[in-house]
Design a binder for this molecule. Structure first.
Ligand code: FAD
Length: 292
């Protein structure tokens, strides 16, 4: 099923779209662990699962397409295959798009990918909107296109205003749904959404939520995303700094409170960054299932 149709059905019924993100296991020997995780995640009855795309490396080794196709076929859950373009040639992208299409994948998230110092850039695509145009050119009606957005601004932008103007290129190129970068302060998200709407961007936006359950995630993910940490979040971190189990449950509780507030504010969807940990995502779902 096409993802924009899921949003329009659920939102018309006054319900948010509930989706999950997983990533391909890094080691080949663990390749089946993703299906074990999805088997467990199935209980949450997600509207879709999105599968990330490793920006570097050879397209022949990329397992995003297989994983997205297998989840759809074997678990009967709709999927979105991510695709990045900054490290790809036009030919690589073309091959991948047709591989998606031939594998019965109907939804793609068009992304630029991060520019990593020292990593090769092919320079055939500069921004995600160019990838969206290429997807439209190759598979006009067969693939629906989603894109990323940044409630606190993308780190390369001078301002949120500039970032929102650039988002319009994506929408113009056929992106019909946006999924946000993770954030911890819902007020920032609400401000962002009202700026989008004021600027005439009407596509549904899902809020990206990452439950922080380990101190290592604070250093890595939080700092990389640049998400601002509101007072109650930093208080939680400080309180459980030396209490592993305490942080685990407090982080899940924080994510639940964030999701409940977002849904009660009429947010069109919540997208959980599962980090391939089904137990955490299931606990968050248990805390919001009455609202789904
Ligand atoms: P773009 O939309 O190209 O934006 C990048 C920057 O350029 C922004 O500052 C923007 O304002 C500006 N810009 C955009 N268009 C134009 C234009 N036409 N002209 C001038 N400036 C412009 N990375 C992966 O490697 N694999 C993944 O699977 C993956 N999944 C993600 C999923 C989500 C929901 C999110 C939020 C991010 C994901 N990322 C992933 C990370 C993403 O690749 C990086 O954040 C990357 O730096 C930007 O990607 P983008 O598609 O938003 O780029």
């Amino acid at each position: 099923m096409k993802i924009p149709e899921i949003y329009s059905q659920k939102n018309r019924a006054g319900k948010p779209v509930f989706s999950l993100e997983v990533f391909p296991p890094k080691r080949k020997k663990n390749k089946d662990s993703i299906y074990e995780a999805v088997e467990k995640l199935k209980i949450t009855n997600p509207d879709f699962i999105s599968v990330t795309y490793g920006a570097g490396g050879n397209i022949a080794d990329n397992s995003t397409c297989d994983i997205a196709a297998n989840i759809k076929k074997n678990f009967d859950i709709e999927t979105v295959a991510h695709l990045t373009c900054i490290n790809s040639t036009r030919e690589d992208v073309k091959v991948m798009i047709h591989r998606f299409k031939d594998s019965n994948i109907e939804n793609v998230m068009a992304l630029r990918g991060d520019i990593v110092p020292g990593e090769e850039i092919k320079r055939e695509f500069t921004h995600a909107n160019e990838l969206a145009i290429e997807i439209q050119r190759q598979c006009h009606d067969d693939l629906e296109i989603l894109g990323a957005c940044y409630p606190e601004g993308h780190y390369e932008s001078q301002s949120i205003e500039e970032d929102i103007q650039n988002l319009k290129y994506k929408i113009g190129a056929g992106v019909k749904v946006l999924i946000s970068q993770l954030f911890f302060d819902n007020v920032k998200f609400y401000g962002f959404i009202s700026r989008l709407r004021d600027d005439g961007i009407r596509v549904p936006v899902s809020a990206g939520i990452m439950p922080i359950v380990k101190s290592s995630q604070i250093e890595k993910t939080v700092q990389l995303s640049g998400a601002c940490m509101p007072h109650d979040f930093t208080e939680m971190i400080a309180l459980y700094e030396h209490d592993k189990e305490g942080l685990y449950y407090a982080g899940i509780d924080y994510a639940i409170r964030q999701c409940r507030d977002l849904i009660n504010h009429g947010t069109e969807g919540v997208h959980i960054y599962t980090m391939n940990d089904p137990q955490v995502a299931i606990k968050v779902w248990e805390g919001i299932r009455d609202l789904l």
